[in-house]
Write a protein that binds this ligand. Structure first.
Ligand code: PMP
Length: 435
């Protein structure tokens, strides 16, 4: 059994996205994780409806990943990735192009997190336009309620104002409205109304001029903002407007990729192919930090084919741990699991049961909206209620995540019907108690 820290031993760790004082007054610990369950500090096992933090898509504690990491550590723990390659990096990039990235996005840049993937994609976009002789294209368009990580680029484009407002001036950005419309309340899958919200991009272009805009970035299905599912046709419209005005389109699929929507990417699921896709989380099943940016061939070609061949790197960007061999080993083992257990297809198969279960909560006092897509769901509750519901469900053996006034869920793709029944029953009991 893990020895839990005493109050005095909890001083040094400045915890992320945590109310540190409140935590110390009432700490919560995880001590172990396996399959669909987390073990709490008091030894209780709780059903994990969030796949950790939207990342452990194949469930917790996968031995195949542990073995691959262990073997890789013994073979080569680390190698400088600047101007040196290694077999696992190339193998993983090839596998991602073959098994995950949509057709045409066949170049992969490795990072260590979703935030780094976002900032990498933004830098690629700006340099791309400079290389094309259009260096005035530097501005970005993002969306209200978006979450794009916590690095400078992602924070500037954050549509969750709380994550931005303490940090002062960032990158220049304009914001599209979010797509949560009251008339779509309780819709299942893609909502029917609201594709025309994408037309606001034309207004921004009219104001800024396309000659100043580098890229539009959106989560094709927004996660942290409360599981916001795009209206039918909305992403197609964004794609068409970007094409018309020569603006890059970036999908931030840090949550959506690797099976969460029943396909390798949301881009493939809805048949809208952006110019770049940012990913992380499910890439290594959450076991080792890693991210990847998928790029169109033409973007890569613009970088590497401009000017004469020389010893100067074309993109002066990268991380000490880009394509870290341990992360590559974990990712390859993860992709093997996704393939052998056909988890993306499995998500698609169980999603209707998930949808029916979650929507059966309609009518419970206080439930204002329910949204779902793939193995994602969001339940809107009155102000201040979601956090209390989460605390109570935890007592009853189910961990759910409050995001503002929404309960958000993204269970491992190995979820069974019986787990869904448990989640629905516990929420059904708990929401009225709190409301
Ligand atoms: N983009 C999106 C859409 C995300 O959901 C997240 C994390 N929840 C990030 C970026 C940032 O990822 P990370 O926390 O790995 O930096």
């Amino acid at each position: 059994m893990t020895q839990l820290p005493t109050a005095e031993q909890m001083d040094a760790w400045w915890m992320p996205f945590t109310a540190n004082r409140a935590f110390k007054a009432s700490p919560r610990f995880y001590t172990a994780a396996e399959g669909m369950y987390m073990t709490m500090g008091d030894g209780r096992k709780v059903l994990d409806t969030n796949a950790g933090l939207w990342c452990c898509n194949a469930g917790h504690g996968r031995k195949e990943i542990a073995d691959a990491v262990h073997a890789q550590l013994l073979e080569m723990d680390y190698g400088n990735p600047f101007s040196y390659g290694h077999a696992k990096g190339f193998e993983l990039a090839n596998r991602l192009v073959e098994d995950v990235a949509p057709k045409g996005l066949n170049r992969v840049f490795f990072t260590n997190s979703g935030s780094e993937s976002v900032d990498t994609a933004l830098k690629i976009a700006r340099q791309y336009w400079r290389l094309k002789g259009q260096g005035t294209k530097t501005a970005f368009v993002a969306r209200v309620k978006a979450y794009h990580g916590v690095n400078w680029g992602g924070v500037s484009l954050a549509g969750l104002t709380g994550n931005r407002k303490s940090f002062g001036q960032g990158l220049e950005a304009d914001f599209l409205r979010h797509t949560l419309l009251p008339e779509n309340a309780f819709s299942r899958g893609l909502p029917a109304k609201g594709a025309e919200l994408a037309d606001e991009l034309n207004d921004i272009i009219a104001m800024r001029d396309a000659s100043n805009i580098a890229a539009v970035i959106v989560e094709p299905v927004a996660g942290a903002g409360g599981v916001i599912v795009p209206p039918e046709g909305y992403l197609q419209k964004l794609r068409a407007i970007c094409d018309q005005h020569n603006i890059l389109l970036i999908f931030d699929e840090v949550i959506a990729a690797y099976g969460r929507t029943g396909a390798a990417t949301m881009a493939d699921k809805v048949g809208v192919i952006p110019d770049m896709i940012t990913t992380a989380k499910g890439l290594t099943n959450g076991a080792v930090p890693m991210g990847a940016v998928f790029c169109k061939q033409e973007i890569y070609d613009t970088f590497v084919n401009t000017g004469e061949m020389s010893a100067v790197p074309e993109f002066l960007h990268g991380y000490t741990y880009s394509a870290h061999p341990i992360a590559c080993a974990a990712a390859l083992a993860t992709l093997d699991i996704y393939k052998s257990e056909q988890l993306f297809k499995r998500c698609d198969e169980i999603a209707p049961y998930w949808e029916a279960g979650i929507h059966s909560l309609k009518g419970i006092k206080g439930v204002k909206d329910i949204r779902n897509f793939g193995l994602l769901a969001g339940i809107d509750l009155p102000p201040g209620v979601a956090g209390k519901v989460a605390a109570k469900t935890l007592d009853k053996g189910v961990t759910v995540r409050p995001a503002g006034d929404t309960i958000v869920m993204s269970p491992p793709l190995i979820i069974e019907q019986s787990h869904i029944d448990t989640i629905v029953n516990v929420l059904q009991d708990t929401i009225p108690e709190v409301d």
